[in-house]
Write a new protein. Structure first.
Length: 74
């Protein structure tokens, strides 16, 4: 069975845009650990949707900038 929104997936919250788009960094059963633009949060998989192309570009740009600024794997 395929895990919806597995690690490395770009996602957004279905109910609010306060978090901004994010990248899944961990899976624990039906919950996903997501590094959003402003927060890291654990969210139920069913409360997430695949990020749009624009949201994906936004989070990729932020991750590149963070990596350039601080180094390491974000």
């Amino acid at each position: 069975m395929e895990t919806p929104h597995g690690p490395g997936s770009f996602v957004a919250h279905t109910g609010t845009d306060v978090y901004g788009p994010g990248k899944v960094i961990g899976v624990d059963g039906r919950h996903r650990r997501v590094r959003f633009v402003r927060y890291v949060a654990t969210v139920r998989a069913e409360d997430l949707r695949a990020a749009s192309a624009g949201e994906t570009r936004e989070i990729q740009a932020r991750l590149r900038a963070r990596k350039a600024r601080y180094g390491g794997e974000w």
